[in-house]
Design a protein around this ligand. Structure first.
Ligand code: ADP
Ligand code: MG
Length: 281
């Protein structure tokens, strides 16, 4: 049994406070949904958890089984068992999915010879066409194919905890069902703990959430059972203090999937492909 504990987490980007004290504990096998409007800081939370550059943690803590996660480099977090499925997965020209997974296996001291077989088995489980497996990582893949790619990596890597940032965006209904079901199975098969960030309820039809958190303006403002997701679908976030603009999503500069998410910080978009599974996922 593992525990990912986030306590009073505060973080800034571009000189502005975006996370304003996030407190949340995920245990092995649990699924926590984090639902909130565009621009509320959901992706920032996922990036800060994984150690993506461009953010400054100004308060609080994150521990994995008592070990300080914020003190670790991104690749160390991945090795410790954290996995991030990014909202807009990074394209890594010149590195195939198999290469990336082989590097992660080597880093984790796992047998690289198992990678091809596991990749094929996982591709079969989520109906992912084999011809994508040899392509450079995420290059020229559609949004939905990238998300299946992320799910496949998760299946092969078997992390302890996965942060899924809008896994549902860009996925058609069938692909969404396949990916969500695969992740749901991982919670039972390997005790995966999940932080599923989304603003649509449909992801949660297959991926059964134990707890739903409402995330507005950088903090969790309410938590409840799965029924809370239904309520949000009906009434939106306005009752939880979200601005009209947030509800409409017009303040999200990352709405364009082709935008460089860190462009405003001048940081390179492509991370070190050998930095570990977290930086790939
Ligand atoms: P969400 O994923 O909930 O839509 P984000 O975490 O992407 O929200 O963004 C929350 C807010 O933080 C937005 O207003 C966004 O402009 C800002 N933000 C996020 N990352 C950065 C950054 N690297 N530099 C400056 N502002 C950022
Ligand atoms: Mg986001």
């Amino acid at each position: 049994m593992s525990e990912l504990v986030i306590e009073g987490l505060r973080a800034e980007a571009g000189g502005r406070e975006i996370l304003r004290g996030v407190t949340l504990t995920v245990r092995s096998g649990e699924v926590h949904a984090v639902m909130g409007p565009n621009g509320s800081g959901k992706s920032t939370l996922s990036h800060v958890l994984m150690g993506r550059p461009g953010y400054t943690v100004t308060g609080g803590s994150v521990t994995l089984d008592g070990v300080d996660v914020l003190a670790m480099a991104a690749w160390e977090r991945a090795q410790a068992g954290l996995f991030l499925a990014m909202q807009y997965p990074t394209e890594v020209p010149g590195v195939s999915l198999q290469d990336a997974l082989a590097a992660a296996f080597t880093a984790a001291g796992r047998d690289v010879a198992e990678v091809p077989g596991l990749v094929l088995a996982e591709a079969g489980r989520i109906g992912f066409d084999e011809r994508f497996l040899t392509r450079p990582l995420n290059v020229d893949l559609s949004g939905g194919e990238k998300k299946r790619n992320e799910t496949l990596q998760l299946g092969v890597l078997r992390p302890k905890f996965a942060v899924l940032d809008e896994l549902d965006s860009g996925l058609d209904v069938d692909a969404l069902r396949a990916c969500a079901r695969r992740i749901e199975q991982a919670t039972a098969e390997t005790g995966l703990g999940v932080l599923a960030i989304t603003h649509y309820r449909r992801l949660l039809d297959e991926l059964k959430s134990d707890v739903v958190h409402v995330f507005v303006k950088g903090e969790i403002v309410a938590s409840g059972g799965a029924e809370l997701a239904d309520e949000l679908e009906d009434t939106g976030y306005a009752g939880y203090g979200a601005e009209e603009a947030e509800v409409e999503g017009v303040v999200d500069p990352f709405a364009d999937p082709f935008a460089d998410p860190l462009g405003s910080t001048g940081r390179p978009e492509i991370e070190d492909p050998f930095g570990g599974p977290g930086s790939i996922g």
